[in-house]
Design a protein around this ligand. Structure first.
Ligand SMILES: [Zn+2]
Length: 400
């Protein structure tokens, strides 16, 4: 009989802190087109139940993935040549990664219990991924403040150092147990108790004491398919995140030369001041364009008004043009000095027949500029040093 099809003995079920083990190679089996190692027993947790697979070493080769089939056979995908069938191999689970997964998983049980207890918000599904952990809960819409209450309860239970116990109860004992959620299977149910705080059926790996979870930090809550999707971090990841957030806050505080606690107020004040300055700049621009347009209209009696407005920005250039062509027969031919040369525009009033596109087009081809537009509005760039006013005067006199 091919021993490689027998369910693998799962060492992590009895001892989630067993990271080193010895096993016998039962076979080389295919998993998703790759050859994988099947052992008689393993401490490697396969990807399942929303928890990522373990990593580590097997026979001095890197384990890059661990999967499980319906018969309970575990497939170890490893980098390199598989050790021969029948040999004994040593396995070493990546302890730091596993401890993180255990903290996330145990933290998730506790958070689900806290949300059920406080807000009658049952967990519908959970995801404990490389990039982050989320649980989707039903029930009422939960505000961030409510979620922080649940976070506080979880962290209190972490402080209490509750013993986490996983076992397979006999059928009779099982009937006496009140699980947070009804089990998906009916026989050989493994239950996990976190003190007397939480009890649920689960086949994953968990901390052995609640204090090993270290810390649970809620990150965000958003509506998702009629539920609340709660994102959180636990264990070493929560600590790293708290450190990163603290560093970012202190960097902001340094900018404002204030304490980290006051940084939000300073940022808000600074934002308000910046908004006020923007508004002031806008109104000054409007006043400047008004005055420029007025003085041009007063000094030039012809319908075609041309001007070099020096170092004004694009917004002012356009605003002056718009004011000039409020008279439907007027044409505005304006330029401003910019870093790359001359920014030019031509625009006409509603009743003018002047062809702005053609006018600038001819100047562009004559002087080596570029731009485009329509007969009523055209703009572009001319080389630095171009004498705008005399070029405009020349072109107009040629037209007439
Ligand atoms: Zn679990």
């Amino acid at each position: 009989m091919d021993q490689g099809t027998k369910a693998t003995e799962l060492l992590y079920l009895g001892d989630s802190l067993r990271f080193a083990f010895e096993a016998r190679v039962l076979g080389h089996k295919q998993w998703s087109g790759r050859e994988a190692l099947v052992l008689d027993q393993t401490a490697f947790y396969p990807e399942s139940g929303g928890q990522a697979a373990d990593r580590g070493m097997l026979a001095d080769l890197a384990v890059i993935d661990v999967q499980k089939d319906k018969q309970g056979v575990i497939y170890h995908l490893i980098e390199g040549r598989l050790p021969p069938v029948g040999t004994q191999v040593a396995g070493q689970v990546d302890e730091s990664r596993r401890r993180l997964h255990m903290a996330q998983h145990t933290g998730q049980h506790m958070l689900s219990q806290a949300l059920t207890r406080l807000f009658d918000a049952p967990t519908r599904s959970s995801h404990l991924g490389e990039s982050g952990c989320t649980i989707d809960v039903g029930g009422p819409v939960l505000s961030l403040d409510k979620l922080f209450e649940a976070e506080a309860l979880v962290n209190e239970m972490i402080d209490r150092d509750l013993t986490v116990r996983a076992w397979v109860p006999a059928a009779e004992e099982l009937t006496q147990l009140t699980l947070r959620r009804r089990a998906k299977v009916s026989d050989n149910i493994r239950v996990v108790a976190i003190g007397d705080f939480d009890l649920i059926a689960c086949g994953g790996t968990h901390c052995t004491q609640s204090s090993q979870v270290g810390l649970v930090l809620l990150q965000s809550a958003e509506r998702y398919k009629g539920m609340t999707r709660v994102a959180f971090a636990a264990g070493q990841k929560a600590r790293r995140q708290a450190r990163a957030h603290g560093d970012a806050l202190r960097a902001v505080a340094r900018h404002f030369k204030c304490r980290a606690e006051d940084a939000a107020d300073h940022a808000q004040r600074s934002l308000r001041q910046s908004q006020e300055s923007q508004n002031e700049i806008k109104s000054l621009r409007m006043r400047l364009s008004d005055e420029l347009a007025h003085s041009l209209i007063a000094s030039q009696t012809a319908k075609i008004i041309s001007a070099d407005l020096g170092g004004v920005d694009q917004e002012v250039l356009r605003a002056v043009g718009k004011k000039i062509i409020q008279d439907p027969l007027r044409v505005a031919l304006l330029c401003a000095q910019v870093q790359s040369g001359l920014s030019v525009l031509a625009m006409r009033g509603a009743d003018s027949q002047f062809d702005c596109q053609d006018f600038l087009g001819q100047l562009f081809s004559k002087l080596g500029g570029q731009g485009g537009g329509r007969p009523d509005f055209s703009q572009g760039r001319l080389p630095a040093g171009t004498d705008w006013l005399s070029q405009v005067a020349q072109s107009i006199s040629q037209k007439q």
